[in-house]
Structure formats: structure tokens, C-alpha cells
Design a protein around this ligand. Structure first.
Ligand code: AVJ
Length: 322
């Protein structure tokens, strides 16, 4: 047997890690944070006092649940409630319970890149709300969007919560929204969460908590490379760094190499050199205001029909139509 045949296939992960670490400036996609450990760390993040986003959206759903679910299915025709990036579904359960209590005819379709998260959520719901029809799917946003049209011929309400859209720079967000718009019929709806611009310190604190959970979450991408691609990143030689530009509204996460070093990634037959204080850009978490959301929607063929804010005005959920 020849060694070339043993290497069955190069995964997207391998390709993107190789690409991101052999270019300048170095970068890795934030979608790789989420394995079993990353999912747990993100759950810890959502419970942090500094991470206001989850609580704000939870408050919005608690306060406006009746109006929100009413607008989902004003004509009582029945619908599929599709959630992209469902995670643990904690906030969504508020809406699911309201829909179920009010006797709406719907099927919940949670979709997430993490198999773990989808399986956990489907099991959870089977126990907690056995009356609800649930159809879990595993997949990445962009890839799933292509299949969305075939998913069913019922009315679709598509949710993208948690300001997950904020991981995309505006141009990619528009690409995503355009695809979303294409997958929609005229009557379909989108409910999307957008974290709002606010005191820059509050944003920085949310992504740089005192207990270091966010730092561990950020470094988890290196742990994954160590485990899955046989690499030897020394996590103690990288530090988590957060920036926020109040002009663009972009928060950025980096891993900064604290010394000159070389890392081996055996499965890629790659040596990665770091200068002292060289960075790997790992995530963006975009912040918005009404004008930016309106612009993104218009660029994509969508329209804002309603929005719901928390008391603090830290966060908003927008209902978008075609
Ligand atoms: C899940 C993408 C919305 O950007 O706020 C939390 C991920 N990263 N802390 C965010 C995250 C660091 C989160 N999103």
C-alpha cells in the first residue's frame, strides 16, 4: 500500500487551517470553536455576567412572546419554524412554549453545525415539550440554505438568533441574506437578532471576561488543531486579545503569540512560524444600529417589518419580510 492512498481526503478543516496559517495576517474561522468542548465553553459564556446578549434576547422573548408568535402565523396556515445555529435552544424554548400553549400548528427545525448541539436539543425537547414536532438537522448556514427550499412547501419562518449574523462582515452578511431571501416565498418571514452598538467598554468586557472563559473558548480552536491534526500548539504561549472599533461597530478576537515560536502540524506536514507578538485573527462580532440593519436588509431584497428591543436597548430582534 502506498502512503498517498492512506490519506483519504483533505477535509475543509484541514484546508482552511492550512490556508489561514500560511498567509499574512494569519486567521482561523470562528466556526471551528464549536466542538464538544467549545459548545460547553459557549454555554458558560452565555451565563457570564459580562455577556449580556443572551439575557437581552431572552428578555425580549419573555416580554414580547405573544406578539412575536402572533406575527409568525397571522393567517393560521401552519408553518415550519427553522432555526439556523440553534445551539442549546434556551431562548427559543420561550417561543416554542408560547406557540404550543396557543395551539399553533408548526414543526420546529433546529439546524446547527454542531451535531452535539442538535442531538442534545432534540433529546431535551422530547422530554420537556413532547407535544412539539421536531426535525433536527446538522449543517453549516450557507450549505443548509441551498437545501432550504426543498425542505417543505409550508410557510417558513427562519430564525437566526444570538446575533450569530455578527460573525459575518457586511459583504458576507449581505451574501447570506440574499441567499436567505432567495430561499423564501413571498409569505415567509425571518426573525433575526442583531446586537446593538453601545458603550465600547461594555462590548469589550463581553468578549474579555475576568474569569477567562472567553479566552479558553478562543484558544479551543488551537486545542482542536492539536487533537484533530496532530499539532503541538502550546496554549500558554498565546494570549486572547479583543478590540472594538466604535466607528465600524466591529469587535475582533485574536490569539497573539507571546514569543517567537514554531508549531508543527503533523497531519498537514506543516511548520508554522510565529514572530513575537504576531496575531491570529479568529472572530468578528459585529455590532449594529437600525440604519445598518435597514441597509443590510435593503441590499438583500428584504425589508424590516418590526423590531423588538430589550429595556436597555442593548439588543434587537428584527422581523424581516421579502
Ligand atoms: C455566537 C457568534 C453570537 O460573537 O457574540 C461569544 C460568539 N464569541 N464570545 C458572539 C462569541 C465570544 C458569539 N456568537
Amino acid at each position: 500500500m502506498n502512503t498517498k492512498d492512506q490519506k483519504v481526503q483533505i477535509s475543509t478543516f484541514e484546508k482552511e487551517v492550512c490556508e489561514g496559517l500560511t498567509t499574512f495576517p494569519k486567521y482561523l474561522s470562528s466556526k471551528y470553536f464549536y466542538d464538544e468542548i467549545g459548545d460547553k465553553l459557549f454555554q458558560q459564556i452565555m451565563a457570564l455576567p459580562e455577556y449580556y446578549l443572551t439575557r437581552a434576547e431572552y428578555e425580549i422573548f419573555e416580554t414580547h412572546r405573544s406578539e412575536i408568535v402572533q406575527s409568525f402565523d397571522a393567517n393560521q396556515e401552519g408553518f415550519d419554524l427553522i432555526e439556523l445555529g440553534a445551539g442549546d435552544g434556551k431562548k427559543t424554548k420561550v417561543l416554542l412554549k408560547e406557540l404550543s400553549d396557543k395551539g399553533f400548528d408548526f414543526t420546529y427545525v433546529p439546524i446547527d453545525i454542531s451535531q452535539n448541539a442538535v442531538e442534545g436539543l432534540v433529546n431535551d425537547l422530547a422530554n420537556e415539550m413532547p407535544g412539539i414536532g421536531v426535525n433536527g438537522e446538522i449543517g453549516e448556514y450557507f450549505e443548509v440554505l441551498d437545501r432550504l427550499k426543498q425542505l417543505s412547501d409550508r410557510k417558513k419562518v427562519i430564525m437566526v438568533l444570538g446575533s450569530n449574523i455578527g460573525n459575518l462582515l457586511h459583504q458576507r452578511a449581505i451574501q447570506f441574506l440574499k441567499k436567505l431571501c432567495n430561499a423564501m416565498n413571498p409569505n415567509d418571514l425571518v426573525l433575526m437578532g442583531f446586537d446593538q452598538k453601545k458603550h465600547p467598554q461594555k462590548v469589550l468586557d463581553a468578549y474579555n471576561d475576568k474569569t477567562g472563559v472567553t479566552a479558553a473558548f478562543n484558544k479551543n480552536v488551537l486545542t482542536r488543531i492539536n487533537k484533530e491534526l496532530n499539532a503541538n500548539f502550546d496554549l500558554d504561549k498565546f494570549m486572547h486579545w479583543e478590540t472594538y472599533d466604535p466607528e465600524s461597530g466591529t469587535a475582533k478576537s485574536y490569539l497573539v503569540s507571546t514569543e517567537k515560536q514554531t508549531v508543527d502540524i503533523d497531519d498537514l506536514s506543516l511548520q508554522v512560524h510565529f514572530e513575537a507578538w504576531e496575531s491570529i485573527h479568529t472572530e468578528i462580532s459585529q455590532k449594529y444600529d437600525d440604519d445598518i440593519v435597514k441597509w443590510l436588509a435593503e441590499e438583500s431584497g428584504l425589508e424590516i417589518s418590526k423590531s423588538f428591543a430589550d429595556q436597555n436597548m442593548d439588543y434587537k430582534d428584527y422581523l424581516l419580510t421579502k
